[in-house]
Design a protein around this ligand. Structure first.
Ligand SMILES: *Cc1c(COP(=O)(O)O)cnc(C)c1O
Length: 399
């Protein structure tokens, strides 16, 4: 087997050398508890504060607005549940939330949980390229709307949403606005001021930091109620001894990714476009997501007459790691909610492939992928009961 190609950076990334080096001392040398008073531990405390300042700087935020969490899922849960708790403390025990049909499950399942608690949720549809229409957000706002939560970039199809426009609408209507920026941070410029967001989630392992650490940005003076009660860490809002190596590693990775964006983003976009050009040339194959407003490293497709899972297994056998829709739903047989939301018929949505590139991917990787994917697609189509091999087309007639 030739070299292994990792093309699943939207699922997770390797920790970068810079991030790993930054983290290492905190395991064995600078292991003090930031809450302890002696000087030895105060070093860990000041390094944690430095990590907070670095993350803040990368988002155009203030250090006091950054709360470290265990990852993107926790930050998303905190944003949605925290806003409902805050409103309940102010006497509003019900209310309306606006989100989209293509959010990550960390947002969608939290919204569904809040519906069971009596909140009303509008799941805005998206267009065929996965875009949320800012005018639809505006039209959905009601007097009792307490929160708008729209992701900055979609993890399955790479579409980048018009967050600044939605933020301006939220601000004009004085509705709190959260964005799940887990796929955006470190990949496209993120600016909490320009975006007009009140709450923003990010996760270390999606941009070269470690797993199990993320952050929630809360715009001052907004202060959500504490997520976890205890010793009062993270400004009394997220208790528990801090994950110092995690926070330091995440901050180092984010700094590095943001500093390299100007060079890395066009490089990745070039590789991505080569994949898009090569694979959409195959018959009955289309790009999913927005062709223009998309993450620089994400290329996603549907191949008619192919099962996404089978495609992944065959690519795995060739040493290529990719994904079919979201990793979280890969255990279920239903097609991804995102692909259904962009209007793909079930049969076609089943044939999805996401290739997400990162720093270690090269032109040679892209050439290998462009050799292997068409071979596997052709092979699987010959075996497929829904592919008419004589006519070289699917047995169905959609569009
Ligand atoms: C990965 C991801 C999450 C979850 O982040 P974790 O740190 O893995 O919990 C949330 N939202 C999006 C868009 C993601 O891609």
């Amino acid at each position: 087997m030739s070299r292994f190609i990792y093309a699943d950076h939207a699922a997770t990334t390797a920790v970068t050398d810079t991030a790993l080096k930054a983290m290492l001392p905190y395991f064995t040398q600078e292991y003090g508890n930031p809450s302890s008073l002696y000087r030895f531990a105060q070093q860990a405390k000041s390094d944690l504060d430095q990590a907070r300042a670095t993350v803040a700087q990368c988002l155009n935020a203030q250090p006091e607005e950054i709360y470290f969490t265990s990852g993107g899922t926790e930050a998303d849960n905190w944003a949605l549940r925290g806003v409902t708790e805050l409103m309940a403390l102010r006497g509003k025990k019900t209310g309306h939330i606006i989100t989209s049909a293509i959010e990550h499950h960390a947002v969608l399942h939290t919204a569904q949980y809040l519906e069971k608690q009596g909140y009303e949720v509008t799941y805005l549809p998206v267009d065929g390229q996965g875009r949320v229409d800012p005018a639809a957000v505006q039209a959905a706002i009601r007097p009792d709307t307490i929160l708008i939560s729209i992701m900055a970039a979609n993890n399955e199809i790479g579409t980048v949403e018009p967050i600044a426009e939605i933020g301006a609408i939220a601000r004009a209507h004085k509705v709190l606005f959260h964005t799940d920026a887990v796929q955006a941070a470190g990949h496209i410029p993120v600016d909490v001021q320009a975006w007009n967001v009140d709450l923003l989630s990010l996760s270390g392992h999606k941009f070269g930091g470690p797993k199990g650490v993320g952050a929630l940005y809360m715009k001052k003076p907004l202060r959500l109620p504490a997520l976890i009660q205890g010793g009062g860490q993270e400004g009394g809002r997220r208790s528990g001894t801090e994950n110092v190596p995690g926070a330091v590693g995440m901050a180092a990775a984010l700094r590095e990714a943001v500093d390299r964006l100007g060079v890395e983003s066009p490089r990745l976009a070039g590789l991505r476009d080569r994949l898009i050009q090569g694979l959409t040339a195959l018959p009955y194959t289309r790009l999913t997501g927005d062709p223009v407003n998309r993450l620089p490293g994400t290329a996603s497709f549907v191949f008619e007459g192919v099962e996404g899972e089978a495609l992944l297994l065959h690519l795995d056998a060739k040493g290529i790691c990719a994904s079919s829709g979201s990793a979280c739903s890969s255990a279920s047989l239903d097609p991804s909610h995102v692909l259904l939301a962009i209007g793909l018929p079930h049969a076609i949505a089943h044939g999805s492939l996401r290739l997400s590139l990162g720093p270690e991917n090269t032109e040679a990787d892209v050439e290998r992928i462009l050799e292997e994917v068409p071979r596997v697609v052709e092979y699987l189509r010959q075996l497929s009961p829904v592919w008419d091999a004589a006519a070289q087309k699917p047995t169905w007639d959609v569009e």
